[in-house]
Design a protein around this ligand. Structure first.
Ligand SMILES: Cc1ncc(COP(=O)(O)O)c(C=O)c1O
Length: 380
């Protein structure tokens, strides 16, 4: 029996809603199911301004277009330990990317390093919430307020996680979620953008709607729509929105199952953490996770390879985490070197992401943790 790294979640209601899209005879998007999904998201995370997008990448691209002033040289600060979209969205809008170091315990942005990299050109910090954990949000928010720069939360992996009761993705000026099929809930591809400052809502909506003020025509405010922003085609079809609606309705059941899986990983590997054979962050009691993933950080690349190979030999797919962006092909072209961010460079090679999806059984998790212990000589 093979244990897959990820299996897309299916709630069972998807087909019914997809068929209803045919009944509606409205396919292209921004229709009934876009409204239903958007309203559910708004209520769930208590956010007034939400735009459903066709991906988290698109949500990030809308933010980049909103913040870009083409007359100025502008910089954003972001982790190198992230997915390419966090960087690409801003680079292609013309921002200079300034990569900052991470805290190796959490693999998320180190607030002290952010502060060192702020210049008069810095426009925003883009922070990533990794693997169902929360970055040092309160410290990072304070830094952004002090320097009067925007905070963008790349919450691709963090939909339905809450810090002190407030949803991740609603702390910063903008929050970007992913509903890619590798996420807890999904629509194949989809995402969402939250906008905390109402002053940005109209422009964001124009950008979302191919740079036009078509929404105002639909509301009867103007007769003809025209080109008012540099935009894109950023919203999902009604098929995606209908699929997502089915998944959103099953969110509680989805998270409860993931918590049960997480708890077994956590309990079974705690002793290895205490012995400092490996590391993983734990949750503070004021944080409610969506239990997106479980990762371990070994003490060296060699140890990490050893555990991964042992899992693979047992038909278990485990993967390394993000490959750092600063030392990627594009990062090197931008002038970064491996040495630019030594903490990120070293620790990224030590991270192993373990299988995590709703079809895993508790026995699967016990088996995997047994293999991990064996591979590290812990059962000898
Ligand atoms: C941190 C982060 N940002 C952005 C994305 C891109 O999300 P999407 O595939 O929805 O565009 C991902 C994808 O996993 C991600 O991990």
């Amino acid at each position: 029996m093979k244990i897959n790294f990820n299996e897309p979640f299916i709630s069972g209601l998807e087909k019914e809603f997809i068929l209803d899209v045919f009944e509606q005879n409205r396919f292209y998007g921004n229709g009934k199911y876009t409204q239903l999904s958007t309203n559910l998201i708004k209520n769930r995370i208590s956010s007034e301004n939400v735009l459903l997008t066709d991906s988290c990448t698109s949500a990030l691209e809308i933010v980049a277009l909103l913040l870009r002033d083409y007359k100025k040289e502008q910089e954003i600060i972001l982790p190198s330990y992230t997915f390419s979209s966090t960087a690409s969205a801003f680079a292609r809008a013309g921002f200079k990317l300034v990569f900052a170091e991470i805290n190796p315990h959490t693999m998320m942005l180190d607030p002290n390093d952010i502060e060192k990299r702020i210049t008069e050109k810095t426009v925003a910090v883009v922070t990533v919430h990794y693997a169902g954990y929360c970055c040092e949000l309160e410290k990072i928010s304070l830094i952004c307020k002090k320097h009067e720069i925007k905070l963008v939360e790349d919450a691709a992996q963090a939909f339905d996680s809450y810090l002190k009761g407030k949803a991740l993705g609603t702390f910063g000026d903008f929050g970007c979620f992913s509903f890619h099929e590798t996420k807890n809930i999904h629509a194949g591809l989809s995402g969402a953008l939250t906008i905390q400052d109402p002053a940005y809502v109209d422009r964001a909506t124009y950008i979302w709607e191919r740079g036009t003020n078509r929404q105002e025509v639909l509301k009867g405010l103007v007769d003809k729509y025209s080109w008012v922003e540099i935009g894109g085609s950023f919203y999902p079809t009604e098929f995606q929105a209908a699929f997502l609606y089915a998944q959103l309705l099953s969110l509680d059941e989805n998270v409860a199952k993931r918590k049960a899986i997480y708890d077994v990983y956590h309990t079974n590997l705690s002793l290895l953490k205490e012995e400092k054979i490996l590391d993983f962050p734990s949750f503070e009691n004021y944080f409610k996770s969506n239990f997106h993933a479980f990762f371990i950080r070994l003490n060296s690349e060699e140890e990490c390879d050893k555990v991964r190979e042992c899992l693979v030999r047992n038909n278990i797919s485990a993967y390394i985490g993000y490959v750092p962006l600063h030392s990627s092909k594009v990062g090197l072209k931008m002038g970064y070197t491996k040495e630019s961010l030594p903490i990120t460079e070293y620790n990224a090679k030590c991270v192993l992401r373990l299988p995590f999806h709703n079809n895993l059984t508790i026995e699967d998790v016990h088996f995997m943790t047994l293999i991990i212990k064996e591979s590290l000589g812990f059962l000898a």
